[in-house]
Design a protein around this ligand. Structure first.
Ligand SMILES: NC(=O)c1ccc[n+]([C@@H]2O[C@H](COP(=O)([O-])OP(=O)(O)OC[C@H]3O[C@@H](n4cnc5c(N)ncnc54)[C@H](O)[C@@H]3O)[C@@H](O)[C@H]2O)c1
Length: 255
């Protein structure tokens, strides 16, 4: 057995990653670490202004990122994302399904429209990106990595008002395991990261003291706490993992 040095294991040079929702929040943390490790990173999100800012920030470090405007819930746009990535960089080797929304609405006020929107982005979007990216990976014949950003809510509810979200994230975890089983024959390894509370624009970017008091580590997560684990799963450090979900929550689930 060869013991490969860790810096080589973590080197993603020559690989191309797509990070959905990769311009802000957790997605920013993931784009940062993958680009730093040498990957070409395509940020796929809906907001041009946010993405332009992140692309120029990361490219100013000499890294290679670019933006392809994409709504992950739209099948044609996802197909264009994959072909656009291949045109720009020649392959797709890593997919991070991070784009997601979490509107707080109790069941009584939850409308069918909001329910459908959450499922369309958090679950159908993950399906569409996995379908078209894995098709491309199979064509390339070199395997690949898919990382799905679920949530601790894929395992256990964190608060009232997220039933629709928890349904989408339980679905994402089920989808992770079944696709991992199906695509292992193509050397496509598929794992999930389940974050706890992370400071992002989506969560308001500021920790509520009563919330952090209940976290064993006594702080919210930072996007880089998730970015580092995504780098691990995208790299050859995670050489014997598929169909797993890594909980990154400062200990919340053990309370
Ligand atoms: N922040 C947390 O505490 C937390 C905890 C657990 C899981 N998560 C999950 O992590 C992921 C990122 O969360 P965040 O807090 O960084 O969110 P955020 O709201 O700060 O950023 C979300 C990103 O997704 C993009 N996006 C939204 N809808 C999209 C669509 N239809 N197509 C393409 N891009 C779209 C947005 O443009 C943005 O770039 C989500 O899947 C979320 O469910 C977050």
């Amino acid at each position: 057995m060869d013991i490969i040095p860790h810096d080589k294991l973590l080197n993603l040079s020559g690989k191309t990653a797509i990070v959905t929702g990769g311009s802000i929040g957790i997605g920013w943390g993931i784009s940062y670490r993958l680009a730093e490790a040498g990957a070409n990173v395509v940020i796929a999100s809906r907001n041009q202004e946010e993405a332009d800012k992140t692309v120029s920030e990361l490219n100013s470090k000499g890294w290679k990122t670019r933006f392809i405007k994409t709504d992950v819930a739209d099948e044609t746009q996802v197909q264009n994302l994959v072909s656009g990535t291949v045109n720009a960089f020649g392959s797709v080797d890593i997919l991070v399904n991070n784009a997601g929304i979490y509107p707080f609405v109790t069941l009584e006020k939850l409308t069918a429209e909001v329910f459908d929107k959450v499922i369309a982005i958090n679950l159908k979007g993950l399906f569409l990106c996995t379908k078209y990216v894995s098709r491309q990976m199979i064509k390339q014949g070199k395997g690949g990595r898919i990382i799905n950003i679920t949530s601790i809510d894929a395992l256990h509810p964190s608060m009232i008002g997220l039933a629709h979200y928890d349904a989408s994230k339980h679905g994402a975890w089920g989808f992770t395991k079944n696709t991992a089983l199906e695509l292992a024959q193509h050397k496509i390894w598929i794992n999930a990261i389940a974050p706890g509370g992370v400071n992002t624009p989506g969560t308001g970017g500021k920790a509520d003291p009563s919330f952090t008091a209940n976290i064993p580590m006594k702080r919210m997560g930072d996007p880089d706490d998730i970015g580092k684990v995504a780098l691990f799963l995208a790299s050859d450090m995670a050489s014997y993992m598929t169909g797993s979900q890594i909980v990154v929550d400062g200990g919340v689930l053990i309370t």
